[in-house]
Design a protein around this ligand. Structure first.
Ligand code: GTR
Length: 323
């Protein structure tokens, strides 16, 4: 839904002044104001506003104000929300290719991930979103995800046995936990803090900035740097909202989204370090001497289950061969 200016003012983060805009696009993010993904979309908003002479505005709604991630993706497909910044993990049931490209230990490093997403494979993946009423505009950084829990330091795969971890709501990550001998509890991000606090789950898994900004580090102080997942993050637009824009405005949005990824990646690198220092200073115990080979080997059943078609096999091979 494109909002005519002046109708929505509540919740603005200052990215747009609705009263000046002919078109206002509402964009959702689960993270709070100041988080690199939120600041990335705000940078995009600033460029769009400048290049359209203030005609097209993007209003960023942080902190899940418009709903939990999966719900906001569905609302974006329907055009109720115009844009969403979300992890590929939340698209898994909607855009099948996101399952393959979010497999555990698929990327060797952040550089490897960038080479994949910034090249032809990234373009192919983006095309797949169109069939599901979404326009993929930019890939953001989300670093590597690791386990954390309230009970004990985890050093080996065996240490995870029987423990209960929250995962994002998708099948690949549920199977990943089973492959490690642990139990998965899929749930929305916003429920994780209280679920750890009340002992419904032992822990969860995420990157340092999320572990920090969500407050999970307060209730789950044992962090294990096993880095099992690197899940791309996406800025996507509703196809319905996109098609209402002129080709000129679409080009401005594409360019601004691309530029915002550069801004976000820089902010991300700084935030990863800052959050790591902050959680350690406030008492988190980070286990770094992890036998990653054992974690990688344990994932074999996940690959067997999800890399079955020729298309998926070819994609995994091309990703692995990307230098
Ligand atoms: C974060 C990601 C969010 C959300 C969250 C989660 O790392 O940036 O978009 O997916 O993880 O675990 O739900």
């Amino acid at each position: 839904m494109l909002l005519v200016c002046g109708t929505i003012l509540a919740g603005t983060t200052g990215a747009a002044l609705a009263a000046d805009c002919e078109i206002t696009l509402r964009s959702s993010d689960t993270h709070p104001d100041g988080y690199p993904t939120v600041e990335g979309v705000k940078a995009m908003a600033a460029e769009v506003k400048e290049k359209t002479g203030g005609r097209v505005c993007i209003e960023v709604f942080p902190s899940s104000q418009l709903g939990e991630e999966k719900d906001t993706i569905e609302q974006t497909q329907f055009g109720v929300i115009d844009m969403v910044r979300a992890s590929f993990g939340s698209f898994n049931d909607i855009v099948p290719v996101t399952q393959t490209v979010s497999l555990p230990y698929l990327y060797r490093s952040e550089d490897h991930l960038h080479q994949v997403l910034d090249g032809p494979i990234g373009e192919e993946i983006a095309k797949d979103f169109e069939a599901h009423d979404l326009v993929a505009l930019a890939y953001y950084d989300g670093g590597a995800r690791s386990f954390y829990n309230s009970q004990k330091p985890i050093k080996t795969v065996e240490d995870l046995k029987g423990m209960k971890f929250r995962v994002m709501q998708n099948d690949v990550f549920v199977d990943m936990m089973s492959a490690l001998g642990a139990n998965a509890t899929p749930m929305p991000y916003g429920e994780v803090y209280s679920s750890i606090q009340t002992g419904v789950i032992d822990g969860a898994e995420n990157n340092f900035p999320s572990y920090d900004s969500s407050g999970h580090s307060e209730v789950a102080k044992f962090f294990t740097l096993d880095q099992h997942l690197m899940v791309p993050e996406l800025v996507a637009m509703s196809k319905a909202s996109w098609e209402k824009l002129s080709p000129e405005d679409q080009a401005v949005l594409r360019e601004a989204a691309k530029n915002s990824a550069t801004v976000q990646r820089k902010l991300w690198a700084d935030q990863e370090k800052a959050s790591e220092d902050k959680v350690v200073a406030s008492g988190a115990e980070v286990t770094r001497d992890v036998d990653k080979t054992a974690f990688i080997e344990a994932m074999a059943p996940v690959y067997e289950k999800y890399v079955t078609t020729d298309q998926a096999k070819d994609l995994v091979k091309r990703i692995q061969e990307t230098k």
